[in-house]
Design a protein around this ligand. Sequence first.
Ligand SMILES: Cc1cc2nc3c(=O)[nH]c(=O)nc-3n(C[C@H](O)[C@H](O)[C@H](O)COP(=O)(O)O)c2cc1C
Length: 179
Amino acid sequence: MPARTVLIIFAHPRPRESRVNTALLNAVRDLEHVIIHDLYNMYPDFDIDVHYEQRALLNTDTLVLHHPVYWYSAPSITKEWEDTVLERGFAYGENGDALVGKNMLLAISCGGPEHAYAEHGRNRYPLDILLKPFEQTAYLCGMNYHEPFVTYGAREINNADIEQQARAYRELIQKLTKA
Ligand SMILES: Cc1cc2nc3c(=O)[nH]c(=O)nc-3n(C[C@H](O)[C@H](O)[C@H](O)COP(=O)(O)O)c2cc1C
């Protein structure tokens, strides 16, 4: 079975303070056919190299948007990446079919516990509802939107649970390179 490429678009503005997302990223760094773009590291001035990113997408089977949830969405550089890289004529619109048939996966962590993401919880809506803009972006680009890989309670999570999540993330990404 031929290998499939996974492109991880990672964003964390304070990686040295990160417990969850850096652990997850470190768990997949050595995997074959996995390419990591660490956006805050690559583009500290938010000056994203659109053609470089688009070329990487063309050579990819699965796009992973990996970041902590910030204000029910992504850190701002991920939005900048979407706004600039997913151009009309490339990702959507006339001749914009570069991403058709590729997969999109969110790998995200939430400070809030799972029960907070419910009608009577602090965040009032289930996470899948709050993530609809990502799902719709995938749809508009003709991509297959996968069920997000979520780590809840990311502020209080203990080290053993982080390690377990990291192992599960590695397994999932590895599977995607073989799918
Ligand atoms: C600016 C900002 C906004 C945040 N917004 C949310 C949010 O909307 N929902 C949530 O559950 N957690 C929110 N958090 C908490 C982060 O998601 C949490 O700290 C992160 O997932 C922990 O991962 P890390 O150990 O990799 O930093 C926010 C944190 C910051 C700094």
